[in-house]
Structure formats: structure tokens, C-alpha cells
Design a protein around this ligand. Structure first.
Ligand SMILES: C=C1C[C@]23C[C@@]1(O)CC[C@H]2[C@@]12CC[C@H](O)[C@@](C)(C(=O)O1)[C@H]2[C@@H]3C(=O)O
Ligand SMILES: O=C(O)CCC(=O)C(=O)O
Ligand SMILES: [Fe+2]
Length: 339
């Protein structure tokens, strides 16, 4: 019997034949490949955004910290970000409820939310080996969909409240990062549109064969920046100086990740951060991500002159990512666009 929803074990059956035994050298080798440097708690950048409302000196200092973290880590945690713990908790509850809908309803589209089949993803349809499989399911919901969601249901109300605050926060952080590059304000307001920005709600079911599979395979995000909220379970890891570092959950904290578009636009000043989610043998996990994306026509080129990358439109970038995922089972990303 398939013990999991979604039915990973039956649908991806081929990938599970000949999996390394869970005894002896094979499993040791896998543990080594997965190794995460979490023997001691890493000092991940943590920024108090309330400083942005303080006097000029403190606010400038905070902006400097944001830019420094984006350069050195491509990642930072924020507190006092304006999303109340009540909204975070409501969002988590609504998300948990949505994933509890029957599998076939998720696949065909959830009527109640006006979700279509395309809103739901699970696993990695193009995977040809276990290491390419994502042991997770997700709803992708564009902002345009959220703003037109009808009814006064707790789902639509919560989604609207959450995205309103988080989208403003994303734009604000992006503008700070642009300012620190010496750019005039307005680029993100002009180019980032509700039809391409989206929320991705993810559920990582507990996984009986956890060391062999990822909850989400290593990747960088294909946007300007991502704002992520994770629950208390943990499993998110960042790649830094060749080592995977666990991002231990801290209640009320939001995580900010620099995506590929900011890396290209800043000509490598800011770095998109490679991250992954490791599967958990015992507990399911939920997270919600907001992706700040421009319109498909927006041309991405270095904002400060000379560039490592050729100019490309966001539409072209998305297509290339999707083609590569189909052909190779994984994303290639920015290296495709190096001059
Ligand atoms: C199989 C894949 C789909 C994905 C790229 C990847 O190789 C791994 C992660 C996926 C992800 C997650 C975040 C974003 O939604 C996304 C666009 C990205 O950059 O990485 C997707 C990719 C996708 O759906 O095409
Ligand atoms: O669930 C997480 O912690 C990460 C999600 C993620 O990386 C993504 O949706 O792109
Ligand atoms: Fe991601």
C-alpha cells in the first residue's frame, strides 16, 4: 500500500528500484554527500527591520547590513518585518488545510479556491534518478489570482492579508539593495507585476527513506528575491563556501534569499544563494515563499555597465529553466547566460 500522499512510491516506482541499501558503506556514503555543517549553530545574518524607521544613522546602518548580507551570503533573516505572528499562524493553518484536500482534487484543481490543475506541483516529473526527485508538493499562486479570489473565506482573506504585506516588504528590500548599488528608486515598482510574482506554498510529507531523497533539490531561485516563512520543523539548508548550513527555525522570523535576477542585475555584487530542503523521516513540514519577479518582457542586464551575462528577458530565462529541467531533470540557471 502507498503510505504517502502524494503517492511518490507508486508514481516514481522506477526511481526506487535499486536504491542503495540502508546498511553499510552505501548509506555512509550518502550521509557524507548530504553532510550538513550544523555541529555548532552558525551565525546567520539576522536583521532587525525596525531600525529602518529610526534616525538616519540607524536606518543607514540597517541598509548597509542588508546589502552586506546579500553580497556575502545571498541570504538574511529578518525580524520586526511587519507580518504579525497572527497572520503567520493563520497562513500556516490555511495552508495545512489546503494540502489536506484529497489528492485528486489537488491535481484537478480545488474549486473552492478557483485553483486549476496548473496551480499544483508534486515531485519532479522529469526526474531520472532519485537525487532529482523532490519529496514535496506545492501550490503556485500568482498574485493576480489572489487579488481576484472571491468570497470572504478564511483562505482568501488570509492569502490577501499575507501577500499584501509580504509583497510590500519584498519591494522595499529590493529598493534598498538597488539604492546601495547607487541606483535611482522605482525599478521594482515599474517592472515587478502581479501576474508573475507568486506565492508558493509547500508541504514536505515525512519521508520513510529520508537520507536518499531531498524535500527540494538544491537550486537557486529564478527571481529577484524570495521571502520565505518556514514552520518549526527545519530542513532548509544553504550552501556557503562549499558547505551546507542548516537554517534552524526561529519563531516569527522571515528568511530572505537573493535570486538569479538580482545576481545578474547587480553583475554578481549580490549572490543568489543555493539552497535545498532535506526530507524528514518523522515529521511533515510546511513553508510559504513569495517570489518577486518582473514581467516576462523585462530585460535583465547589469544596472552598472559592464556585465558577465548577456542581456536576457525574464520570459527567456524562465523558458530556459523549464527546458533544462525537462531535458536534464534539473535547472542550470545563470551559467547559461554567461558571455
Ligand atoms: C526541478 C526543478 C523545478 C525548479 C527548478 C528545479 O531544478 C529545482 C527547484 C524548482 C524551483 C523552486 C523555486 C521556483 O519556483 C523555481 C522556478 C526555481 O527557480 O526553482 C522552481 C523550478 C521550476 O519550477 O521550474
Ligand atoms: O521550503 C523551503 O524552506 C524552501 C522552499 C524553496 O526553496 C522554494 O520554494 O523555492
Ligand atoms: Fe527556493
Amino acid at each position: 500500500m502507498e503510505p504517502s500522499d502524494p503517492p511518490f512510491l507508486t508514481f516514481y516506482k522506477k526511481l526506487f528500484d535499486n536504491i542503495p541499501s540502508t546498511k553499510g558503506n552505501d548509506i555512509e556514503a550518502l550521509h557524507e554527500a548530504n553532510e550538513c555543517d550544523d555541529q555548532f549553530e552558525h551565525e546567520l545574518p539576522l536583521i532587525d527591520l525596525s531600525c529602518l524607521n529610526q534616525d538616519g544613522f540607524r536606518s543607514e546602518e540597517c541598509k548597509r547590513e542588508i546589502a552586506e548580507a546579500a553580497q556575502q551570503w545571498g541570504f538574511f533573516q529578518v525580524v520586526n518585518h511587519g507580518v504579525s505572528s497572527e497572520i503567520l499562524e493563520n497562513m500556516r493553518c490555511e495552508q495545512v488545510k489546503a494540502f489536506k484536500k484529497p489528492f485528486q482534487e489537488k491535481v484537478n484543481g480545488i474549486r473552492e479556491f478557483d485553483f486549476l490543475a496548473g496551480n499544483y506541483r508534486w515531485g519532479t516529473p522529469s526526474a531520472t534518478c532519485l537525487r532529482q526527485l523532490a519529496w514535496s508538493e506545492a501550490f503556485h499562486v500568482p498574485l493576480t489570482h489572489i487579488s481576484t479570489m472571491g468570497g470572504d473565506t478564511s483562505f482568501s482573506t488570509t492569502m490577501k492579508q499575507y501577500t499584501k504585506i509580504v509583497s510590500n516588504l519584498a519591494e522595499k528590500l529590493a529598493e534598498i539593495l538597488a539604492e546601495k548599488l547607487g541606483q535611482k528608486p522605482g525599478f521594482f515598482k515599474e517592472n515587478c507585476v502581479p501576474s508573475t510574482c507568486y506565492i508558493r506554498m509547500s508541504r514536505y510529507p515525512f519521508c520513510p527513506i529520508s537520507p536518499q531523497v531531498f524535500g527540494l533539490v538544491p537550486h537557486t531561485d529564478s527571481d529577484f528575491l524570495t521571502i520565505l516563512h518556514q514552520d518549526h520543523v527545519g530542513g532548509l539548508e544553504l550552501l556557503r563556501n562549499g558547505k551546507w548550513i542548516a537554517v534552524n527555525p526561529k519563531q516569527g522570523t522571515l528568511l530572505v534569499m537573493i535570486g538569479d535576477l538580482f545576481q545578474a542585475w547587480s553583475n554578481d555584487v549580490y549572490k543568489s544563494v543555493e539552497h535545498r530542503v532535506v526530507a524528514n523521516k518523522h515529521f511533515e513540514r510546511h513553508s510559504v515563499a513569495y517570489f518577486l519577479c518582473p514581467s516576462y518582457e523585462t530585460v535583465i542586464e547589469s544596472c552598472g555597465g559592464s556585465s558577465t551575462y548577456r542581456r536576457f528577458s525574464f520570459g527567456e530565462f524562465r523558458e530556459q529553466v523549464q527546458d533544462d529541467v525537462k531535458r536534464f531533470g534539473h535547472k542550470v540557471g545563470l551559467p547559461r547566460f554567461v558571455l
